[in-house]
Every structure is written in structure tokens, then in C-alpha cells.
Design a protein around this ligand. Sequence first.
Ligand SMILES: Cc1ncc(COP(=O)(O)O)c(C=O)c1O
Length: 397
Amino acid sequence: MNKLQVSMRGQNVIASPIRKFLPLMRAAEERGTRVYKLNVGDPDLVPPPKFFETIKKYNPASLGYAPSPGIKAHTEAWIKYYRQFGVDLAAADIIPTVGCAEAIMLALQAVADIGDEVLVFEPLYTSYKSFSVMTGIKLVPVLLPIENNFALPDAKIIEKKITKKTKAIVVINPDNPTGKLWSDKELSTIIKIAKKHNLFIISDETYREIRFDSKKPVCLLSHKDAPQNVVVCDSVSKRFSMPGARIGCVVSCNKAIMQSILKFAQARLSAGTLEQLGLVPLLQHSKRYTDQITREYHRRRDVVAQGLSKIPAVFKPAQGAFYQAVGLPVDDAEEFVKFMIGKFTYKGATVMVTPMRDFYISQGKGKNEIRIAYVLNTKDLKQAMDVLARGVEEYNR
Ligand SMILES: Cc1ncc(COP(=O)(O)O)c(C=O)c1O
């Protein structure tokens, strides 16, 4: 007889490494400890008020489904938004999604089947690991060591990982969790490999504008050699500080890919109607807001780097997104985080960061690494970095 049991997928999928310390954190707060939370990439910045103003004005008789390919005004606003990065899109090239998370799921399922392989670079934004279990697509990691500041290895090393089953390469630019910006040379290498082996590139550009090198943000679709191979996964979550809106999009000039994604999208009906409407003016005039938050994250990046310079830590200041990956002088970052939340306080406060072990697919990597998400104002961040430095000293005593 059949047993009533959870699927293998359900059993194998990992819990969010970011959220697994929450019970310890709550206990610390109940003890009266102030916890500086640098663990979740949930922006603290005020989103553009235009979003709420627009939604308030909308007063329909009923709240219907949006069309699966997106509300016309919303997709047109994305098209205008992309033009500033040299990307000219037709309406059929873009479908709004429920955050970048859904865009990635749709893209993965359009480029690969169960048992196929997708190359990723580790450390890796952990949701990809869950998506791999959910879709039955195998992730094949290429290691980017922290000691090399996450630089891309030689093309030959990447090509060695390609098999008959490989269908795509994932690039996250700017990257979570490393804060890496991909150089033009690195992107060209990936495009060359993709073209040579007929692979898709899933380009996760959630943090596109948040880069600290004063260069123009890049969309891989603008690369002259790339378009047919590229599927961009995008989001408003970080760009407009509104992950709660749950809006992103999937974009490709490859018609066959977009036709498949549209059929998937029809099955899940649509992204939110109100949120699509509220985002129209933001997408039409994004630069002022994104310039402003990039300056703020840049200041925070400098505060974090300054704080870390007091610890014998392995790191180079992040180049983009709002994360700093750090090799700490501790034996085990998970134990260190438990110590910080469970026991340690300095001036009544402690710090919550994310251990990076779960950001790796290969066993045994990242044992002493943490990720800092700088989602606090510079004053609190400075204090948090002091607490972190004291915590490292105390942990090693
Ligand atoms: C690299 C990356 N991709 C995708 C996502 C998911 O974004 P969304 O909130 O749009 O689903 C995140 C969220 O942190 C991310 O860091």
C-alpha cells in the first residue's frame, strides 16, 4: 500500500540558511539585547512614494487577474526602463513575474529538463539550490575562491565542467552573496563559452544599478554577441527597495524561449495587478532613485570595509549589490554566529550575520566565511561593526 509521505523534493530541499537562526535571535531580543540585523537582504530604505500614490488612485469595480504577459502599461514601462541600458525590446520579449524568484524558476524550466545540468558559480545565492531540487535540474558549481576576490578562472577550467547535459550558465551581476561586479572581460568569456557550446546564459540582474565603480549599469542583452543566448531575470525588489511588491520580469530576445515561458506564465495566471500598476511611474523614471540608493549603499560599503579593517579578515571591499563576503579568523562561522546571538553582547548589543557554508554546493567550503548585508543606516552600521570586531576577539579567547 502507498505510504502517506512527503515527496523526495520536499524532503531534500534546504531550509533558508538566512532564516534558520531566527529562534535564537528572538530569544536574544526577549533577553533585551539589541540585535543589529545584517543577515537578510531586505532593504531598509524608503521606497518611492509614487508607488503608493498611484495605487491609491486606482479604484476599479473589481480586482481582476492581470493578463499573463503583463499589463500593457507595465510592460511598456519596463521597455522604456531597459532603453536606458541600450536594450530595445518588443512587448513579446518580456513577461512580468512574481519577483525575480519566479523569473529564475521560469527561465530554468525553459532552458533545461529534469536531469539536465546548469553551471553556476559558488558561493551562490541559495535559492538557486532550492530551485534545483524543485525542478530536478542539477547545478554544477565552478568555485570562485574568496582569496582571489571571486575572479573568474580560466575558460578551460569552466569548460571542463561542461557535459552533453549542460544547458545553461548562471551569472549574477552584481552578485549576491559576494558583492562581485563582473568585468567586461569576464562577461565576454562567459558569452564566448556559451556560444561555443550552445548554452543559454541566465543573467540575474536583480542588483543592476547598485555598483560602486561609477560606470553605467549593464544589461547583458545589450552585448552585441549575446542576445539569442541570454535570458535576463530581473526584479524591482532592491532597485526600488520594495521586495514586498513581489514584481520582477523575465526578458529574452529568443522567441522560442519566450513562447515557452509565456505558456508557463499562463498556467500560473499573472503577477499582481496593483503592484504592476503602481510600478509604472517608477520604471519610467528610475534613475534618480537608483542613483540615490547607490550612493547610500556606497557609503555603507565604506563603513563596513572600515570596520572590517580592524579584524584580521580576508576580504576586498564589495563592488556592488549590498553584501560583503568576509573570511573571518574563526574556526567555524556557524558556531560563531550561534555564539554572537546566543551569548555575546557588547554595550547591550549583538550582531546577526549569515554564515556562508550554505552558499556553497561543494562540501567543506566557506566554513569560516560570513555575509554581511548592509541594510542599516551608517550610524548603526558603524556600531554593528564595532560589536562584530569585539565578538570575534571574544569568540577566539
Ligand atoms: C541574486 C538574487 N536573485 C533573485 C533574488 C530574488 O528577488 P525577488 O525578491 O525579486 O524575488 C534575490 C533576492 O535576494 C537575489 O539576491
